[in-house]
Design a binder for this molecule. Structure first.
Ligand code: 6R9
Length: 682
């Protein structure tokens, strides 16, 4: 599969590198202490260190900062006329208006012009040692063919294409092809069930889906095309499904389906890029919130791309010629920003990882680092914790001397995992950057780097805001906390180009969730601690969102599925600390009086339902059947009490006076102890 495009591309857009070059020349001549670090900063008088540059980027000169960076880093078809037009309190966020550009040209054509044979993608297939390299020229040709194919099948500017594929070059080409022709993409993680996929296709109003016959991960085959077939049964608007072949296995094709590679082979390798407005939609990406319904965060063209470029370059200290290894799946925002857009806009070489950390054995990551000579490795704490348990020998037997920076994302990294990552994986040579950010923020917002050279890095802390980011902590009364050595709700005080613009089809939910809790500030939903030195440490979610192995899931989403079971009267789902996964899922379930199901059967049934309706990772680890839930007199479930019981913090149950019937707490404590006893004896 995966079309090989050997022909030389004769296509190059005229609006590529000119702006970029002339700007560099001017700045280079001026000379400035920070110019070697960030060329466009040369124009800022009086800025002589990186921390001063950060201060400038959030000062009243922030627009000048972003204007210089945007002109320097992106290729524009026509220049922007305003830098920003934002009103956070109303959820109005607009950057670089008046400007026109094409994201795929920025990620591909301009590099094809200067270095066509540079490797853009290294596809680390599930089968170790069978990696495939794709050059910039090949990726441009692949993208153009997909772009033409989509256009021929009626995809137009403004449409939204759903991509349900494993991490692979054709998935990247599909994302870029959408960008090329002005369509938005909606990548759905290929671990999601048919029902979850179908909900996202419908909400995104996609009439076209791209998938593969089968997925391969950790040596196991998954029937992705079959899942799509099931999903589109309840999506009457879907008129085309493009099917690429990841394996040799034939699949049933209907009149709606198109054999993707076959049809691509007859398409032209030149595809006219659409001139997009800065604020046109680039993609939707669904994520969980505190209600049962996932939300499609909207990211737009120029601001997102610029922010991905800048963070990729400076947080990881990425330089030309480096091999960047982000092991996230493209179905998550990390895959979007740091496997695809950030590295490609910077002309980098990026690894697409299709496998798991322990396949075929727990040395997989480090054998890959040795074989591909990876310079920056970016992964999740859950994987680090898992590998730590297998022992150092799986790491030390491979040569990791290529590594320069180690990154962590998705959840807090505990000190033990951080230390192991730093000393065993990185031989105490490589800075570990614990990067805090969200689907909503588009790119990294808080990370130890960039910083002044040799500035300290504190284990397990994201520490420093990135350029343009002004974090603030809020107290319970909604006031900004100004002192250090305190905690609060983490907000961001001013807009930045990478932030999400809306929730698809529901701008009101966007403003209510992010802009109204603290008017004038962007509310992240996370809590944070600011140390004496002013460094930030993320303490976890403040809402009903839990984080299982770095994957976000709303407790309400799981409750919705559990409650659909005919034996269930009601339920409450909470997260609890889990050694490997960070958080696990614990469900308290009240049965209907009429229910006569066996407890073990019911648990199995509920777990199957969650896997089937959402995804395997959302499956409850424990299900405790209870007679009733602890509720306030107004009927609200007191989740705090449930959390304390599960975390065995029985002395800290707190004020129970608002409980309707305090006796319920003892029942739950006893039931929990009983559940643990049963599990231990099994
Ligand atoms: C990029 C990504 C976002 C949520 C976020 C927070 C948690 C992410 C973290 C972290 C502590 C870090 N989170 N990075 N918590 N330290 N370095 O993960 O996006 O899937 O939207 O999740 O993940 O709770 O709010 P997303």
């Amino acid at each position: 599969m995966w079309l090989r495009c050997g022909r030389t591309s004769n296509y190059f857009t005229s609006f590529s590198c000119r702006v970029f070059r002339s700007r560099l020349d001017v700045l280079g001549r001026r000379g400035c202490k920070t110019a070697a670090f960030m060329p466009e900063a040369a124009g800022f008088e009086g800025v002589s260190s990186r921390s001063e540059l950060q201060e400038l980027s959030v000062s009243r000169s922030s627009s000048s900062f972003w204007a210089a960076v945007a002109r320097h880093r992106l290729s524009w078809i026509s220049p922007f006329t305003t830098v920003q037009d934002c009103d956070l309190s109303r959820g109005r966020i607009k950057w670089f208006e008046g400007g026109k550009l094409n994201v795929s040209v920025n990620c591909l054509d301009r590099h094809v012009h200067t270095c066509p044979d540079r490797v853009a993608l290294i596809w680390e297939r599930d089968e170790p040692g069978s990696e495939v390299r794709v050059t910039y020229r090949q990726l441009l040709e692949m993208t153009c063919r997909v772009g033409n194919l989509l256009r021929r099948h009626g995809v137009k500017r403004g449409d939204c294409v759903t991509i349900y594929m494993p991490t692979c070059p054709l998935a990247v080409a599909s994302m870029l092809a959408c960008a090329r022709i002005g369509a938005a993409h909606n990548v759905v993680f290929a671990g999601f069930s048919a029902e979850a996929l179908s909900e996202r296709i419908r909400d995104a109003q996609s009439s076209v889906v791209i998938t593969v016959n089968q997925g391969v991960r950790g040596g196991k085959v998954t029937e992705l095309k079959r899942t799509v077939d099931e999903a589109v049964q309840s999506c009457p608007a879907v008129r085309r499904v493009f099917v690429a072949m990841r394996t040799e296995a034939a699949v049933v094709m209907t009149a709606r389906d198109v054999a993707m590679e076959e049809e691509m082979s007859t398409e032209d390798t030149v595809c006219e890029p659409a001139a997009m407005d800065s604020e046109d939609i680039l993609f939707l990406l669904y994520t969980s919130g505190s209600t049962g319904k996932p939300k499609g965060l909207v990211h737009t063209q120029a601001g997102y791309l610029l922010y991905a470029a800048l963070t990729h370059r400076y947080v990881f200290d990425y330089h030309d010629g480096d091999v960047f290894g982000c092991v996230a799946d493209i179905g998550w925002i990390t895959g979007h920003s740091y496997s695809v857009y950030g590295p490609l806009v910077n002309g980098g070489t990026t690894v697409l990882f299709e496998s798991t950390p322990i396949y075929p054995d727990p040395g997989r990551y480090w054998e890959m680092v040795q074989r591909l000579k990876i310079n920056q490795f970016y992964g999740a704490p859950t994987a680090i914790r898992l590998l730590l348990k297998y022992g150092d020998q799986w790491v030390t037997k491979y040569d990791r001397s290529s590594l320069k920076t180690l990154g962590s994302v998705g959840e807090p990294i505990n000190t033990e995992a951080w230390e192991w990552y730093y000393s065993v994986v990185g031989d105490r040579r490589c800075p570990v950057v614990d990067t805090w950010w969200q689907t909503e923020t588009g790119g990294i917002c808080i990370a130890p780097r960039p910083s002044d050279p040799d500035a300290e890095i504190v284990p397990g802390m994201a520490m420093r805001p990135f350029f343009g980011i002004k974090p603030v902590l809020m107290d319970t009364e909604g006031k900004v906390v100004t002192s250090n050595n305190t905690s609060g709700a983490l907000c961001i005080a001013q807009p930045w180009p990478g932030m999400a613009r809306s929730i698809h089809n529901n701008h009101q939910r966007f403003t209510e969730t992010y802009c109204q809790p603290y008017p004038g500030y962007f509310y992240t939903g996370d809590g944070a601690y600011r140390s004496k030195e002013g460094y930030y440490q993320i303490t976890g979610r403040l809402d009903d969102v839990i984080n299982v192995s770095g994957h976000r899931i709303g407790t309400a989403e799981i409750e919705d599925v559990v409650n659909q079971c005919s034996a269930v009267a009601e339920s409450a789902v909470i997260g609890f600390s889990h050694d490997i996964k960070g958080q696990g899922v614990y469900a308290f379930v009240v049965l209907k009086k009429s229910a006569d199901a066996q407890e073990s059967d019911l648990s199995r049934q509920l777990k199957d339902a969650v896997s089937k309706k959402i995804a395997k990772y959302a499956c409850p680890d424990h299900i405790q059947i209870v007679k009733r839930l602890p509720k306030t007199r107004s009927g609200k479930i007191m989740r705090r009490v449930l959390r304390k019981v599960v975390e065995r913090e029985l002395d800290g149950l707190g004020d129970l006076s608002t409980l309707d019937d305090p006796a319920v707490v003892q029942e739950i404590i006893d039931g929990h102890a009983e559940l643990l006893r049963k599990q231990q004896s099994q």
